[in-house]
Design a protein around this ligand. Structure first.
Ligand SMILES: Cc1ncc(COP(=O)(O)O)c(C=O)c1O
Length: 398
């Protein structure tokens, strides 16, 4: 037996939030129970047919089997630029202001490497999508967690970010933003983002906006890109992913756009790290962006209808929650009669007595305790069944 190894970077990591939920769910399923999974945010709708067809065609061309371009093939970057023009009215130079990444998660993690080193700090929201907190830590830097609020709007978070920056030392080099926000579903207006851009232009700080839910929005509301703000290219970069908008989670296609020196720095690092996404996937993604124009709206309509089933149902059984305007989640304060339990104990109780899996809020950071997250990943019939189970199992609700 080799001596026990001491690992770097991972020892401080708590078990990934989705792993905790998964093992509870597996245990219940092994015991023969039909657990309705509203835990993990893994999109369940199929990818666009055009993406599948183009991938199948491109994979037969042996020239596409070789290493591809780490920064993304030119036509893919052009397709992303055209999408930004159509969708947000933003003009981007596909040569200097766009690179492709292997999903937003990879792009974000490596971006932290070029922006941060030991001794530096980033401001990140709490609760947060886990990589937003761990990305700065993996780069050896400090992640200063700032409370995002209860999910209603972004203005309080923005005030707290500015305060944390003014009073913190060393001055944070990065501010992490992500609206619509996972897990809290907080949304930001263009005015909110402009306020941050104006503020950042006076300071030595980079705004990193993860726009993973760009198109997954409800009630006719459309989230802004930070790149729509005046002066954004001086201070901001943004991640746009095909995971949610095009239901292409497994394909790993996203983009980093915006401030050219930052985009160029990540391109340089990635040229050492990877050879890009498999070329047939890049070709299929290009055609999808150019041709599947209505797909994001259709996907969003499906999630909106699930949101209605979930929120109307929770309302009926006496669980009052904030109705999300975007993302594929609902962020729910633990109902008053159960509040003293905390989110892990409550999520465990929900699996055990209702056969419904939800994510405990504390898994997204200490700011998330007191809440659970529902993912809108089951169809309406199953979501309706989940509501009936909750009504039956949560006996203290009235
Ligand atoms: C805020 C946020 N960013 C990024 C991702 C992952 O995106 P990708 O699949 O492009 O890595 C998710 C997925 O849940 C997310 O919620």
């Amino acid at each position: 037996m080799p001596r026990e190894m001491e690992f770097r970077r991972i020892p401080g990591l708590p078990p990934y939030v989705f792993t905790i939920i998964d093992s509870l769910k597996l245990e219940a399923r092994r015991a023969g129970r039909d657990v309705i999974d509203l835990g993990f945010g893994n999109p369940d709708l199929p990818s666009p047919q055009i993406a599948v067809d183009k991938l199948a065609e491109a994979v037969h061309n042996t020239r596409n089997h070789r290493y591809s371009a780490s920064r993304g093939i030119p036509k893919l970057r052009q397709a992303a630029a055209d999408m930004y023009q159509r969708r947000f009215g933003v003009t981007l130079d596909p040569e200097t202001e766009i690179i492709s990444t292997i999903g937003a998660k990879e792009g974000f993690s490596h971006l932290m490497w070029v922006l941060l080193q030991p001794g530096d700090a980033a401001i990140v929201p709490t609760p947060s999508y886990p990589i937003h907190i761990w990305g700065p830590y993996f780069a050896g830097a400090d992640a200063r967690q700032v409370a995002i609020g209860d999910g209603t709007d972004a203005s309080g978070y923005i005030d707290r970010v500015m305060e944390a920056w003014e009073y913190g030392w060393p001055k944070p080099r990065v501010v992490v933003l992500s609206f619509p926000h996972n897990p809290t579903t907080t949304i930001a207006t263009k005015e909110d983002l402009q306020r941050l851009v104006d503020w950042a232009r006076e300071r030595d700080v980079v705004l990193v906006h993860d726009l993973a839910y760009a198109d997954m929005t409800f009630d006719g509301w459309r989230p802004p890109s930070i790149m729509e703000c005046d002066g954004a290219k001086e201070v901001a970069v943004e991640l746009y992913s095909m995971t949610k908008s095009y239901s292409m989670a497994g394909w790993r296609v996203a983009f980093l756009v915006g401030r050219p020196d930052v985009v160029g720095a990540l391109a340089k690092l990635k040229s050492y790290l990877d050879y890009g996404t498999f070329q047939p996937i890049q070709i299929a993604a290009t055609v999808t962006l150019n041709e599947a124009l209505d797909f994001p709206t259709e996907v969003s309509a499906v999630y909106e209808s699930r949101r209605n089933t979930l929120c109307d149902g929770l309302d009926r059984i006496g669980w009052d929650i904030h109705r999300p305007k975007g993302t594929m989640f609902a962020w729910a304060r633990i109902p008053e009669p159960y509040r003293e339990m905390g989110s892990i104990e409550f999520a465990t109780h929900v699996i055990e007595s209702c056969d419904v899996a939800v994510s405990p809020g504390v898994g997204f950071g200490p700011g998330g305790d007191g809440f659970v997250r529902f993912a809108l990943i089951e169809n309406e019939q199953r979501t309706g069944q989940a509501i009936r189970n909750l009504k039956k199992g949560l006996t203290r609700l009235q």
